[in-house]
Design a protein around this ligand. Structure first.
Ligand code: MLT
Length: 247
């Protein structure tokens, strides 16, 4: 069993993705928003690498049942339908819609994993469900923290450490850990009793509070509150097929 963790998306290479199941983590806020959008009935979320590709994709698709979503500097992009606050993604707004989604770090990270064996999108709100889904599917796991503008983000790494802890306990067998997974697991132990406090103290959490988006932190810190498994395949994120059949 091999478990590795990258602190940002920058070191992603084809070699690292090959044969690996990837877990993309962007706690604040892309992972959380995507999970909530799908729970509230969005048909699919299509991640893009930048704003021009999001706009171009929207121009090439019928605007019926399509929403253009995303943020820059945490705020809605001009001309877009939705920003990146999970509060915006209610069932009334997203049910039955396709969402083109462009965020500063999360959507790029997800898009870069296209050649992995599989990719799930995870945060605190669906950590255990994602581990349940990937376990038994592979023996090579790569956790990728989205980070912020190519820099380490504490909240993503703590969430990675939490998921590694769940994985190790469930597997009850030896995992080949890297320095990255050891460090994430160590940080998880420091913060495991207070994810909301962690989000209030970390750099991006403070920034979101300064924009008046402090309520988002409560949603993003609610451990296993959603429990679905967004799966990225063929350019789109949808719920894993078992969840779709049972809903
Ligand atoms: C991102 O993908 O960069 C984040 O989700 C930023 C944000 O908080 O909107």
């Amino acid at each position: 069993m091999e478990v590795d963790l990258l602190f940002t998306h920058i070191p992603i290479t084809e070699e690292r993705l090959k044969d690996h199941t990837v877990i993309v983590i962007d706690v604040l806020r892309a992972s959380t928003t995507i999970s909530i959008a799908l729970k509230n009935g969005a048909r699919e979320v299509i991640p893009t690498v930048d704003v021009p590709s999001a706009i171009q994709l929207a121009e090439n698709l019928s605007r019926d049942n399509l929403l253009l979503c995303g943020e820059r500097e945490g705020r809605i992009i001009e001309g877009f339908d939705l920003g990146n606050s999970p509060i915006e993604y209610t069932a009334d707004t997203v049910n039955g819609k396709s969402l083109i989604f462009c965020s500063t770090n999360g959507s790029i990270t997800i898009s870069k994993t296209a050649s992995a064996k599989g990719t799930v999108v995870a945060g605190f709100i669906n950590a255990a469900a994602c581990i349940d889904y990937i376990i038994g599917q592979n023996d090579k796991f790569l956790f990728i923290c989205a980070g912020n503008k190519q820099q380490f983000c504490l909240e993503d790494v703590v969430c990675g450490g939490l998921m590694i802890d769940i994985l190790m306990k469930k597997l009850e067998k030896d995992c080949r850990m890297t320095d990255g997974t050891e460090a994430a697991h160590y940080l998880f132990k420091k913060y495991e009793n207070g994810y909301l406090n962690l989000l209030r103290q970390c750099n991006h959490g403070k920034y979101l509070q300064s924009l008046g988006m402090g309520d988002d932190l409560e949603i993003c810190s609610a451990l296993d509150n959603i429990g679905n498994v967004p799966v990225y395949r063929q350019g789109k994120i949808t719920l894993n097929s078992a969840e779709v059949i049972s809903s």
